[in-house]
Design a protein around this ligand. Structure first.
Ligand SMILES: Cc1cc2nc3c(=O)[nH]c(=O)nc-3n(C[C@H](O)[C@H](O)[C@H](O)COP(=O)(O)O)c2cc1C
Length: 311
């Protein structure tokens, strides 16, 4: 007997997605034509590169390198600054609306107050969802610790963003903490509509022949298949702690990875490093692989599968 094909549609914070695969922030920048290409290639939603209040050149090369376990990068939050970002996002949003794919606009800031200003500024672009990247150093902190490092600073950013925008937003968490569930709960309590987890994992690679780190910045963020178990653990812990949807991100590169992430509690999935590995076709490919897996295993829709590994 042929089973009916599984339904991949999902919704996050009121946004309807034709499938759960979201282009992760920073992987392909913010060019409207590139975002359109990803959307036309089958992504369920696309996220722009994180934008801050001022233009930033980022770090000198080399800034990103594929290796056996995925990718390491220290791009240094290269972006044109909010003033130039808004017209880019308006153009991207118009193109993407025609394709029926939501735009998620990622923001970051160096100080708490700047997060409020960024939320207010990004309103002008009217993205479908805002993603708040808090894995950036807080220059107001004595040690320059990221906002993502504690429940208090994560909650303070969330409160401020909520006060400055009526667009739904997701707070993107770092795995580099002792209790990610506590941070997720604090962010939910302050009114975040979703959580994106995880950002990259701090790491370093050394070229033994050159006797130096491979990145100009020495340390960088790991992404891709080596971080998948860490991402699954984080998503599972967050899922147990909150009721808002999670965009599970980290090491998703095939349909089985996607199924695992949904079984850990994700409502949608970020795809980053796999775009380098499989090209922009990765979104359509993972969708088909996920649909085949679900159909074979008798899952009619994502809701049926979400969090099932934790029961
Ligand atoms: C080259 C590169 C640049 C990135 N830039 C950003 C960024 O600007 N903002 C952000 O929130 N995450 C950024 N990330 C992190 C990804 O969005 C994602 O959280 C991470 O790579 C884990 O997913 P993956 O294993 O599918 O790559 C970047 C990742 C890479 C590889």
């Amino acid at each position: 007997m042929n089973r009916p094909s599984a339904d991949l549609a999902c919704s996050i914070a009121g946004l309807k997605l034709r499938n759960p695969l979201v282009l992760a922030s920073g992987v392909l920048g913010t060019s409207p034509t590139l975002l359109e290409r990803v959307a036309r290639s089958g992504a369920g939603a696309v996220t722009s590169k994180s934008c801050g209040p001022e233009p930033r050149a980022g770090h000198p090369n080399p800034v990103a390198l594929p290796w056996g376990g995925g990718v390491i990068n220290a791009v240094g939050l290269t972006n044109p600054g909010i003033e130039q970002e808004v017209p880019l996002l308006i153009e991207a949003r118009q193109i993407l609306r025609a394709v029926g794919v939501p735009l998620i606009a990622s923001i970051f800031a160096p100080t708490l107050d700047d997060f409020g200003r960024m939320a207010a500024g990004i309103n002008q672009a009217q993205p479908d969802l805002i993603e708040v990247n808090i894995s950036c150093p807080n220059v107001g902190d004595e040690f320059g610790k990221p906002f993502s490092a504690s429940a208090d600073t994560a909650a303070a950013v969330t409160r401020l963003v909520r006060q400055h925008t009526s667009i739904p937003f997701s707070v993107k968490l770092s795995p580099n903490v002792t209790d990610i569930a506590q941070i997720a709960a604090a962010v939910e309590a302050e009114g975040a509509h979703a959580i994106t987890a995880i950002n990259t994992v701090p790491g370093m690679l050394i070229d033994a022949y050159a006797a130096q780190p491979v990145l100009s910045n020495r340390v960088g963020g790991l992404s891709g298949w080596s971080i998948k178990p860490l991402a699954l653990r984080c998503v599972a812990e967050i899922y147990r702690a909150v009721r808002i949807p999670i965009i599970g991100t980290g090491g998703v590169s095939c349909g089985l990875d996607a199924a695992e992430m949904i079984m850990a509690g994700a409502a949608a999935l970020g795809v980053g490093a796999a775009v380098y590995q499989r090209g922009v076709e990765v979104f359509a490919q993972i969708s088909e692989e996920l649909r085949d897996f679900m159909t074979q295993q008798g899952y009619q829709d994502l809701e049926n599968m979400r969090g099932i590994a934790l029961k």
